[in-house]
Design a protein around this ligand. Structure first.
Ligand code: ZN
Length: 231
């Protein structure tokens, strides 16, 4: 009986931990507890992951990872939701307001991404030029990055851009120059308006933008359902 108790106390917690941590997390910390997240938000309201649709009026979403229409060929998210930290949402709201003067708006392909999805992407596609390394985590896992494009507010259609979303090609680089002039103008408009509000484009993807001070937000692995419930 005594041995059984010792076994229960020592081995069982190790099994529980082994179920959640992945082999990639030797040098990073990933938040998986709803309680820890809520505590962080209580300490600092800027940590809250807010629903972009509720925060930015008129913003459009096309969350590809809710369908099989993405590079993994599988549905990754259960809900077509886009969450970002509160200051990122405020900045996106300002971007949207600025664009609306030209009858344009943002189209969001992805925002906060649970860490488990980053692991899945890496296991499907090992090239870290286009897919974040799970050893360091993605800025999407911190709720501080967005994948976006531009739409015409009247037609609802996306403006012509150099490639489709998640095209893992040289053409996706934001400085790729062998393009029609009107496409370069659209891309430059997106990059400029995002820059003006604290975002920096990723060197190999015209659609990916990191928000300033992204490093102060922790890597997280809470699902969209857990976030919705934690309200
Ligand atoms: Zn991205």
């Amino acid at each position: 009986m005594k041995w059984f108790l010792i076994l229960l106390v020592t081995v069982f917690p190790a099994i529980i931990i082994a179920q959640v941590a992945t082999p990639y997390e030797k040098h990073i910390k990933v938040m998986r507890s709803v309680d820890a997240y809520q505590e962080a938000v209580n300490q600092n309201p800027e940590d809250e992951l807010v629903d972009i649709e509720q925060y930015v009026p008129g913003i459009k979403l096309d969350i590809r990872y809710t369908t099989a229409n993405n590079f993994t060929g599988e549905q990754i998210y259960t809900q077509p939701k886009a969450f970002v930290r509160r200051p990122v949402a405020e900045a996106l709201n300002n971007v949207q307001e600025s664009l609306s003067k030209q009858n344009l708006g943002l189209l969001v392909y992805d925002a906060y991404r649970p860490y488990a999805a980053t692991v899945k992407f890496y296991e499907v596609y090992h090239d870290t030029t286009f897919v974040a390394s799970p050893f360091s985590g993605s800025r999407h896992n911190r709720g501080a990055a967005v994948d976006v494009s531009l739409i015409n507010l009247t037609t609802g259609k996306e403006l012509e851009m150099p490639t489709g979303y998640d095209s893992f090609s040289d053409t996706a680089a934001p400085d790729f120059s062998n393009l029609l002039e009107r496409i370069k103008v659209n891309r430059a408009l997106l990059i400029r308006v995002m820059n003006d509000h604290g975002f920096t484009v990723y060197p190999s993807e015209w659609w990916h933008f990191d928000y300033q001070h992204w490093e102060k937000f922790e890597l997280m692995d809470l699902s969209f359902e857990q976030l919705a419930k934690s309200k």
